[in-house]
Design a protein around this ligand. Structure first.
Ligand code: NCD
Length: 326
């Protein structure tokens, strides 16, 4: 089947989902990000790889981390970047999404980075943009958030090496999580040793069992002996009806505390895509504790987004030799 993310030579043209991409694509993103991570440590942080390119961030949903790291990643690649505030754009005056896109294309833009509340929005946009324009999905509904998943893979690989020996537990509100879906596809493709999803029955659809994950409704059993714990935010804004007991009760049963974390391997890392709800899914002592790599994930987001942006525009370095400064 044709993968809408790839061009006729099998190169990444859009990045819409981790689903259906081969190990070679995912590994290439991680390897390239590794070379960009060294740029971040230099006093002049720019490389001229995307000089002359124009990138437009279209965020139909709020975001702090993701939007800012996309903006910074674009400017560190020397692209011109513009973020559009959708609430005040012409779409709120009734201009259709496609009219808006075509107007932005008329300004010679090369890439859209899209976050949207509807699952499938990024695919829809990729289908309708001009041939030379690439689309990166920065989160669509419950469907996918591929750059978040790849920065998570990057963080895991940096701490733990290859995936085949690892036991990874994803804990919490799996049902509403585009991050979990993208992580599961990426972890499977990268050959993770064992994948677990942990949470209450109401927040784990049975279909996740068919995605190769072992389902646990008991936190203690789910964490037993794992190398990586990924906590997810309770996405209350996406919940309709009573899926949960009180937040307090949720924390008692599924919150990650110093005590429950002891069940994982002693050197397990704790991850969270943010924003975190302290005292709901994770105790502050764990979020700020020595096993937490939550802020590292944010830093790694920059290098991974630089890698994806340059790959979809077909510009791959020699990063070291093209760095403008030390
Ligand atoms: C996630 C998202 O928006 O999907 N956050 C993020 O991108 N950093 C997860 C969440 O909102 O809980």
């Amino acid at each position: 089947m044709n993968n809408p993310q790839l061009d006729s030579n099998g190169n990444l043209k859009h990045f819409l989902t981790t689903e259906g991409l081969g190990k070679q694509h995912l590994t290439k993103i991680l390897d390239l990000a590794e070379s960009f991570a060294t740029v971040a440590g230099k006093s002049v942080k720019k490389v001229p790889l995307l000089r002359g390119k124009t990138i437009i961030n279209l965020f139909f949903e709020t975001s702090t981390r993701t939007r800012t790291t996309f903006e910074l990643a674009a400017s560190r690649l020397s692209a011109d970047v513009q973020s559009i505030n959708i609430a005040t754009s012409a779409t709120s005056k009734g201009e259709s999404l496609l009219d808006m896109l075509h107007n932005l294309e008329a300004m010679h833009c090369d890439m859209f980075v899209v976050r949207h509340g509807d699952s499938g929005a990024a695919h829809f946009i990729a289908k309708h943009v001009a041939d030379h324009v690439s689309v990166i999905n920065a989160g669509d509904g419950r469907h996918a958030h591929p750059t978040q998943a790849m920065l998570d893979m990057f963080t895991i690989r940096r701490h733990k090496g290859e995936f085949h020996n690892l036991k990874v537990a994803i804990v919490g509100d799996i049902l509403h999580s585009r991050v979990a879906r993208s992580q599961i596809h990426a972890l499977n493709t990268l050959g993770v040793g064992e994948l677990r999803v942990v949470g209450p029955k109401t927040l784990i659809p049975a279909a996740f069992g068919q995605m190769g994950a072992h389902i646990f409704h008991n936190l203690e059993q789910g964490l037993d002996g794992v190398d990586v714990v990924i906590m997810l935010r309770l996405q209350k804004e996406r919940m309709q009806g009573a899926l949960l007991p009180s937040e307090n009760e949720y924390f008692q049963r599924y919150g990650l505390t110093r005590e429950t974390l002891r069940l994982a391997k002693p050197d397990a890392i704790v991850m969270h895509p943010g924003p975190i709800n302290r005292g709901v899914e994770i105790a502050s002592s764990v979020a700020d504790g020595p096993q937490s790599v939550i802020l590292e994930q944010v830093s790694n987001g920059l290098a991974v987004r630089m890698a994806v942006m340059s790959m979809v525009l077909g510009r791959q370095p020699g990063v070291e030799s093209s760095a403008e400064g030390q």
